[in-house]
Design a protein. Sequence first.
Length: 286
Amino acid sequence: MIGSFKEAAQDWLKSTQHITRDITHQKKAARFELHVYPAIGDRRLGDVKSSDINALLQPLIKLQKLETAHRIRAEISAVYAYAITHDRAEYEPSQAVAKQIPGQKVKNRAAITEPRDIGRLLRDMHGYQGTFIVQMALRFSPLVFQRPGEIRQMQWADVDLNAKEWRYFVTKTEVNHIVPLSTQAVDILEAMRPLTGGWQYVFPSSRNDGRPMSDNTIRTALRTLGYDNDTMTPHGFRAMASTLLNEQGWTPDAIERQLCHLPKDKVRAAYNRAGYLDERRRMMQA
């Protein structure tokens, strides 16, 4: 049975569901429903041409949603690979479209990396006059240099102040991660505990609605201090830490592991969550 593109796509999605996180599976299915099925869903697999795929991607390209366009093209390709393997199609029309989608321009997030400028930034941060929760979240960020979303969604259940550790699951790389906490980081959490220790999040929303701090809160605090997006961003604390730690001679693998940059060998990474932990403890305190 040859069938339609939609039938093949749904079968492919089912075949990959057991190896895909639920949220990822849902996003893939949603992209097909929104962007692909209206254009080619009812077409027979063998009747879909490269020009058809290019046409359905053009609205995304015009809106500069290039990452989405590349994802959809790759997912269409995966459907055809599945269909060819199961004798439901004979050729793959999306390959010719790949090079017609513009590449994305990579824009590095702004970060301060000169020691003298970092000192000025830290002094400015300690003088920030916002709410206590935002003050603490701002000061905490350079001490752990994890992704901004992970910091604002930090949960008390993942914190062990006695062990001086923050352990949590990183959804971006799908690994369990350990963040050794310096004395200074522990002091901040101890100061937060009387205020938010009975709640889910360490740094909750100011609206008291059970949600974590807004993703723009730290960025706004930096702007208030005079640091715009071209000078310093919340994500920039990661580049700051990486630059300084490498210059100070810490083991590059320990730095990358602390940043939770996943090794290419995902099997090795799964057994390596505590890799370089002794050095990372010393590094985080330093």
